[in-house]
Design a protein around this ligand. Structure first.
Ligand code: ADA
Length: 621
């Protein structure tokens, strides 16, 4: 009885202090308000992919907007040649977008066809770039095949030579069915939104052009840095040529030189010292802009970078030489109105809500949009990015086909995101149920991934507090942990249960005292937004708030845990075939804000934990 009363008054206190907190932090940036059409501060990228201008030389044509759409459940379109004979459209759908937010196609998985006509303003060589198409795509221009691509979340492009000025038609066949061999696999715990779900555009390029730029700074304490600029040059002609490559940083020429561009692809490097740099930190995320130019203006590309150093030392993660704790959240690309195709305003709104929460780190199960990463760079949020190799069995991990997909995805993720100072870790996947059975496979994957980016911390995420042998392979031990097991039907916030899972977690550190541990997912309790209960009752906002708070505090109080990320930021839709006890109407309801971003009690509880931690930290300094 006493315990109950004590529990009630604690609960009352936390409700009251949540109210006090609300009064204490009433300032919500205006752009957080739903429906606000925020001007993007640096939004000079007219293609709305990045937060900054990417070129001054290329003429670009946005291929977003209304596309003709037809679903093809019987898979008849291939035989009927829809690429040339597109049938009467069923609908016009917005690109970037997904058909799974349109009532008629809400749960549709299968093939579907998109068509758009566009005007090329000039003749020439053009690159058509898709930010992401989920999941399988086949693309035709004027009835001729451009290529096929597998996998969402990452960009791909086709170069078209001899494009004529005037009208053209592009047709895309998309199929969002997942299988046991796809990445992610079928029955994954998020929705396989089908469609052209990130921006698509065309740009004119010269015959010798810049394909990609990596600007890789190395900090030389106390205040200098060396910038290595790696440039991928594509030469479409049959002859090698010498090109003048120059690198300007914040408008000033840093280094220039002649380099040979052979037919096909060449990778050239230029290195120079950056004197007196300002470091990138979460509190003061200073960014530099690098502009790479070919032959004094024949082609150019911009990259953004920040100078900071990340390394693991003993049980700590050091950012610029200082141990950091992650005050993080997991985020799915998901919203009831847009599915996986968040418009820029939503990306910005989410980042601002996360900042208000006090977050300094975000993790996702797959690469998030480039603009989200740009926001992380600008707002000082670290990012933990992952290959969507979610819960593969040992049989799946043993498959060479799956391994090849994982490594391809990893290298595409590094290729796209190498420049972001916000990227803290790369993860090869999540919660493989028996990872020690795949020890040799995982060791090889880790070694091959490390070669693709030796500068970042490498890990894969394990589920629950188990001591695995494979932990010895990674730079950071990543554990998904909740003090109270949500899927146990008798879960209560019982002290003994909580102590046991904390003791199990400690065993990992005792076995690997020289490695940092992070809680890649913590909290992990579902709450029906708006349902309150005074007791420790599952599904109530109060239950979730206590669980999240307890797990977060545990991660911050142990010196050997470098913090973690709450599971999860917002409620998200799960795979259509996923039927689980412990689920709200097919959604994953563990968001600390609901799917429309309205806060639950857990949001305020975690905000208090994160802000009090920061206040203590700055007082100690
Ligand atoms: C795991 C998994 C998440 C989610 C979560 C849950 O931790 O990594 O993707 O499925 O469980 O809600 O059960």
């Amino acid at each position: 009885m006493d315990r109950l009363l004590c529990g009630k008054s604690l609960l009352l206190l936390s409700v009251l202090s949540a109210a006090a907190l609300r009064a204490q932090f009433p300032e919500i940036p205006p752009t957080v308000l739903p429906g606000a059409t925020a001007e993007l501060d640096d939004g000079q990228d007219p293609m709305r992919v990045r937060l900054f201008q990417t070129t001054t030389t290329r003429r670009q044509v946005d291929l977003g907007g209304w596309w003709d759409f037809v679903s093809d459940p019987a898979g008849a379109g291939d035989a009927r040649g829809y690429e040339r004979n597109f049938p009467v459209p069923e609908a016009q759908l917005w690109v970037p977008g997904t058909w799974n937010v349109v009532a008629r196609y809400w749960n549709y998985t299968g093939p579907a066809w998109y068509r758009r006509r566009f005007e090329a303003p000039a003749a020439g060589t053009a690159r058509i770039r898709f930010g992401s198409v989920f999941y399988l795509s086949k693309i035709w221009l004027d009835g001729r095949p451009l290529g096929e691509h597998e996998g969402g979340y990452l960009p791909f492009d086709y170069t078209v030579t001899g494009l004529s000025k005037g009208s053209h038609t592009i047709v895309v066949r998309v199929d969002n069915r997942l299988t046991d061999k796809s990445l992610p696999k079928k029955n994954v715990d998020w929705f396989p939104y089908g469609g052209i779900d990130r921006p698509v555009y065309l740009e004119f390029v010269p015959d010798v052009f810049i394909e990609r730029v990596h600007a890789i700074p190395t900090w030389t304490p106390p205040s200098g840095a060396v910038l290595k600029t790696r440039v991928w040059i594509r030469n479409l002609t049959a002859a090698a040529s010498d090109v003048a490559v120059s690198v300007r940083v914040d408008g000033r020429e840093l280094v220039a030189g002649k380099r040979r561009a052979v037919p096909g692809e060449s990778i050239v490097e230029l290195e120079a010292k950056l004197p007196a740099v300002k470091l990138w930190t979460p509190a003061d995320p200073h960014l530099y802009s690098a502009q790479v130019t070919l032959d004094g203006g024949r082609d150019d590309q911009f990259a953004r970078f920040g100078v900071r150093e990340i390394r693991a030392e003993g049980a700590h993660i050091l950012l610029n030489g200082k141990a950091i704790k992650l005050l993080g959240a997991n985020r799915h690309e998901d919203h009831p109105d847009w599915g996986s195709a968040s418009p820029p305003q939503l990306l910005r709104q989410d980042v601002e809500i996360l900042k208000r929460l006090g977050v300094n780190a975000v993790r996702a199960h797959y690469p998030l949009p480039e603009m989200f990463m740009d926001f992380c760079d600008r707002y000082g949020i670290l990012f933990l990015s992952e290959v969507p190799a979610w819960q593969y069995s040992s049989t799946q991990l043993a498959s060479p086909e799956i391994q090849a997909k994982m490594l391809r995805n990893f290298s595409e993720m590094v290729a796209r995101d190498m420049n972001h100072p916000s990227i803290l870790t790369w993860s090869l996947g999540n919660e493989w149920p028996e990872p020690d059975r795949s020890y040799d496979t995982i060791r090889d994957l880790v070694a091959r991934a490390r070669r693709l980016d030796p500068t970042r911390l490498l890990m894969f995420v394990t589920g629950g507090p188990h001591v695995w042998r494979v932990h010895e392979l990674v730079d950071v031990i990543a554990v998904n942990w909740a003090r109270y097991q949500w899927y146990d039907p008798f879960t209560t916030l019982d002290r003994q249960e909580g102590e046991k899972s904390a003791a199990d977690l400690l065993k990992i550190h005792q076995r690997y005292p020289g490695k940092p541990v992070i809680l890649t997912e913590f909290g992990g309790a579902e709450a029906q937004a708006g349902w309150h209960n005074w007791g420790n009752v599952k599904w109530s906002e109060e239950f979730q708030a206590r669980n999240v708070e307890d797990s977060a505090l545990h991660g911050l109080e142990q010196d050997w845990i470098s913090g973690g990320c709450v599971w999860q930021f917002s409620d998200s839709r799960s795979a259509p075939e996923r039927v689980l006890a412990g689920r709200l109407h097919g959604w994953n309801g563990k968001g600390i804000v609901d799917a429309h971003r309205d806060p639950k009690a857990a949001f305020y509880a975690l905000e208090r934990v994160y802000r009090e931690y920061c206040a203590r930290e700055s007082a100690d300094r």
